[in-house]
Design a protein around this ligand. Structure first.
Ligand code: DGT
Ligand code: CA
Ligand code: CA
Ligand code: ZN
Length: 572
């Protein structure tokens, strides 16, 4: 039994429990276990033999016993029983945006609809309206959502791909004879979604590497296996992984070639050709003299081309080659530049951690400040704070600030932008916060004009510092809402309001191109994890990836200011 299959069973259990309306913590435990198992560099069989199951993060006694049962019997009684209670089509329906488990169950109970195709047909005929809470508009959204998942399912979110790829890297890097190992392709460029995973290895024993690769516990199918190239399908999503093994002297050239992007490669080659050289995946060549000039490292190639080193995140042919030739590449923002997280939810609203717990994590990360930005009064489903609770929170933070050394807690809110562009607290309360994010959480389907007006109005509000997740997209699940980004950027610039780079792996909002556009217009960006629990504070890394792809520099981001400077900006 492969790890990938066991992960799939846990994932499915989580989904069935979701349909049954089970305890959210229990559901989350199964999801987390599945996620961790997928990236394990070692077979669960082997771990079981060593008695190490419970050492896997997220695996307690109960789950360890379940893993053991699956390995020993090939199945899990608990899962088989659950499956009999729920048709497989319903589980797939959970992926449809805006369609919750309760409604899915209702549709099934009342209309006997148990596949996505049947659901689509019924929505088209207007038959779902017999279900409570479903209107014509809901049906249209369901149809749109089905289209989106049918199209979007081919690409994988960056964080999932990194998790799977990390498991392979961990197990392969320990092999004798593996000298270097790197991600290539869109994963190395940290694109928000990847089509497939590319891995490059330097080794003088390719056949040994190939054998270990196809035997990795996450592999579900071997598509091709040659002497230096192999492709497999891996993990619960069956994502393709391409592996190439090259020699030391070719590594740099191969890494550059397989990192791409394709457009970047084409331009670099053209540039070389103009100068009388040829670049391919083996190196740089002088064709006339029939001589190889370099290619051991990427640096060698960039210097040969008289260019500065171009970070992988920039290699999209968006002007980086020209900038590099001119010596004017941006100095990209990095983790070391981040002085604090500006979007975190606590127990006060729908977060899972107390302010003190969050602050301790912030200290571990060497932050100078952390903004606790809970939801506002109208967002009752997410525990939005009523007036009285706001004052209680202000008091708690005041006390903590007196007690804690080396960190400043900013009392903030993520306030809703209401229907007409008003912010969800009166000025008398807004002015009490150190920091105010304003976000849209309702009316996604309004006209472009109306949505744009709402955000522009929020930018104008003198108490609003940041517009949260400005486009509202959920990658592969919900498209951006229809707004005029040029107008929003202009308003942000004119009223000195920052736009957020929401670091949540499913949002990454703004995305790379909008970040670049905002930066070039002189708008400040603010990185916030939108963390709802402690582990999500690590999502800063994803936000940094997308920020780097958007050419963001230290000077462009609020969170790179030190505390004094930030406070001055917030008050100014
Ligand atoms: P993906 O997988 O769709 O997210 O995007 P990539 O960029 O990872 O594309 P992939 O996996 O097809 O190929 C990896 C790299 O190999 C790509 O970024 C550049 C290079 N490459 C692949 N095919 C070609 C090609 O036809 N011409 C050139 N110049 N480079 C290519
Ligand atoms: Ca790829
Ligand atoms: Ca590939
Ligand atoms: Zn939000």
């Amino acid at each position: 039994m492969k790890n990938a299959q066991i992960a799939r069973i846990f994932k499915n259990i989580a989904r069935i429990l979701e349909l049954k309306g089970d305890n959210p913590f229990r559901i989350r435990a199964y999801e987390k276990a599945a996620f961790n198992i997928e990236s394990l560099p070692e077979d669960l069989d082997a771990i079981l033999d060593k008695g190490g199951l419970k050492k896997i993060p997220g695996i307690g006694k109960d789950l360890a016993l379940k893993i053991e049962e699956i390995i020993k019997t090939g199945t899990l009684k608990f899962y088989e029983k659950l499956k009999r209670e729920m048709p497989p089509g319903l589980i797939l329906m959970l992926d449809i945006p805006g369609l919750g488990p309760r409604t899915i169950k209702n549709i099934y109970d009342k209309l006997k609809i148990d596949t996505i195709d049947k659901l689509e047909a019924a929505a088209k005929k207007g038959k779902l309206q017999s279900i409570e809470g479903i209107k014509r508009k809901t049906e249209e959204n369901i149809i749109k959502g089905i289209k989106l998942i049918k199209k979007g399912s081919k690409r994988t979110l960056l964080y999932l791909a990194l998790n799977i790829a990390g498991g392979f890297i961990d197990s392969l890097k320990g092999l004798k004879g593996v000298r270097r190992i790197e991600y290539a392709g869109s994963l190395r460029r940290r694109k928000e979604t990847v089509g497939d995973i590319d891995i490059l290895i330097e080794s003088n024993n390719p056949s040994m590497v190939m054998n270990a690769f196809v035997k990795h516990p996450s592999v579900r199918e071997v598509i091709a296996k040659g002497s230096t190239k192999a492709s497999v399908l891996a993990g619960e999503r069956n994502i393709q992984i391409d592996l190439r093994v090259v020699k030391n002297e070719n590594f740099g050239a191969a890494l550059m070639y397989f990192t791409g992007s394709k457009q970047f490669n084409i331009k670099i080659r053209q540039l070389a050709l103009k100068r009388g050289y040829k670049i391919n995946e083996y190196g740089v060549f002088d064709e006339k003299k029939n001589k190889r000039l370099c290619g051991k490292t990427e640096n060698e190639i960039f210097s040969f081309m008289k260019m500065g080193y171009i970070p992988p995140e920039l290699r999209e042919d968006r002007g980086e080659i020209e900038a590099s030739l001119r010596g004017s590449l941006p100095e990209l923002i990095g983790l070391k530049d981040i002085k604090g997280d500006l979007h975190v939810h606590s127990l006060y609203s729908d977060g899972r951690a107390s302010i003190l717990e969050i602050v301790k994590e912030a200290i571990k990360r060497n932050y100078q400040y952390i903004a606790i930005t809970d939801h506002s009064q109208s967002l009752r489903v997410a525990g939005g704070l009523q007036k009285k609770e706001v004052y209680k929170k202000i008091e708690e933070i005041k006390k903590l600030n007196k007690k804690m050394r080396g960190i400043r807690i900013l009392c903030g809110t993520e306030a809703d932008i209401l229907g007409e562009g008003k912010v969800d607290y009166p000025d008398s309360i807004l002015k009490e916060f150190d920091i105010v994010i304003a976000s849209i959480h309702s009316g996604f389907k309004q006209s472009k004009e109306k949505l744009t007006k709402r955000i522009v109005a929020a930018c104008k509000n003198k108490y609003v510092h940041i517009i949260g997740h400005p486009t509202g997209r959920l990658i592969g699940v919900r498209p951006e809402y229809d707004i005029d980004m040029d107008e929003v950027i202009k308003a942000a610039r004119d009223y000195n309001t920052a736009l957020e780079v929401n670091c949540h792996y499913q949002r990454l909002d703004l995305g790379d191109i909008n970040i670049l556009h905002a930066k070039n217009s002189g708008v400040k960006l603010s990185l916030g994890t939108d963390a709802h629990n402690l582990e999500q504070l690590d999502m800063m890394g994803f936000g940094l990836s997308v920020a780097r792809r958007g050419w963001l520099e230290k000077k462009d981001a609020l969170n790179c200011m030190d505390l004094k400077e930030l406070i001055r900006w917030l008050r100014g």
